[in-house]
Design a protein around this ligand. Structure first.
Ligand code: DGY
Length: 324
């Protein structure tokens, strides 16, 4: 009997997905610390035919260079900035990813973070847990900000950005956006959004929500210069990638109240611990990278991750493919 091809998973997946993989492949799952220690990943990458990975895993040139048999990388994410796509392509390694199925879940999280930080929901929860409710008992001691009538600036009006726009419309917000290229006038009208330059987006928005990928162009784009251009009363929401923001500058801006607040689901390096400077700042809501994390969405992501892997193992293009 022919030996089964080897597939390595850097983190556990649903049982149905593992069972499906096991029927065809010899699988190994890393169940220890997340992210997987680099040395372990290096030792496995040499031998495997297929890899299932997650946004925490850095699949760079150095790692891919030692892979001898790797045919496909299937990432359980819409983002693929953790993978050296150019190098994978050059080495005929297919890359699959999981867009579309997580659009609603991620837009919902961006929307809930926006309400949370503007209405100071999590901050209030923390105050009660500290036993400090009596200190904010006056009528004006603890006020948030209305969403209605405010301008939401969406940076990146793709699938997730457009879905967020629809949510925000029903809360009577004005919506402006910036993309590399404006969307069609018909679509702008349907969504009720207006295109503006990046500078205007930053200056005019009461809330800026980031929905672009992390690339060399967006790397640490949100820095002190940008925070100074934002309204003092503005909020920043990030459910895209942590590295789009200069974290140190944001910490400063929040402490000095250069902007009013932020809500972050993603960070420069993840996971963050209790010594991270954001943890001590009251006007920031933090969530542990849960944009796509609903039961329903994660099942759909697992299904696509497995399909993408199987196609790549058979030298076919994944359903959602980056590179080739
Ligand atoms: C993705 O899929 O890239 C998201 O960041 C995961 O939550």
């Amino acid at each position: 009997m022919m030996e089964k091809k080897k597939v390595f998973l850097t983190r556990n997946l649903h049982d149905f997905a593992l069972k499906e993989l096991e029927k065809i492949y010899q699988i190994e799952v890393h169940t220890g610390k997340v992210p997987i220690p680099r040395r372990k990943l290096e030792s496995r990458i040499k031998e495997i035919d297929g890899l299932i990975c997650f946004p925490y895993d850095i699949i760079d040139r150095k790692l891919l260079d030692i892979a001898r048999n790797l045919k496909v990388i299937s990432t359980f994410s819409v983002g693929f900035d953790h993978i050296d796509i150019e190098f994978a392509k050059k080495n005929k390694i297919r890359v699959g990813y999981t867009p579309e199925v997580l659009t609603d879940a991620t837009a919902d999280l961006a929307f809930s973070l926006m309400i949370d930080v503007m209405r100071r929901v999590s901050e209030g929860d923390r105050i009660i847990r500290k036993g400090s409710w009596k200190e904010i008992y006056g009528a004006y001691d603890y006020t948030g900000t209305d969403l209605q009538g405010k301008t939401l600036g969406i940076f990146g009006l793709g699938r997730i950005g457009s879905t967020l726009a629809r949510r925000a419309k029903s809360f009577d917000m004005n919506i402006i956006y910036h993309n590399r290229k404006p969307i069609s006038k018909t679509r702008e009208k349907t969504l009720g959004v207006n295109y503006v330059s990046f500078e205007k987006l930053i200056r005019q928005s009461d809330v800026v929500s980031i929905h672009v990928p992390h690339t060399s162009k967006t790397d640490r784009l949100f820095d002190k210069r940008i925070f100074k251009s934002m309204k003092k009363t503005a909020f920043l929401i990030n459910t895209a990638r942590g590295k789009i923001i200069n974290q140190k500058d944001l910490v400063e801006a929040l402490k000095k109240r250069t902007i009013a607040g932020a809500a972050l689901d993603v960070f420069e390096s993840e996971p963050i611990g209790k010594n991270n400077p954001f943890v001590k700042i009251p006007n920031v809501t933090l969530t542990p990278h849960i944009g796509s994390s609903t039961k329903e969405t994660r099942v759909k992501m697992a299904e696509i991750t497995v399909k993408n892997l199987k196609l790549g193992m058979n030298s076919k293009k994944p359903i959602y493919s980056v590179g080739f």
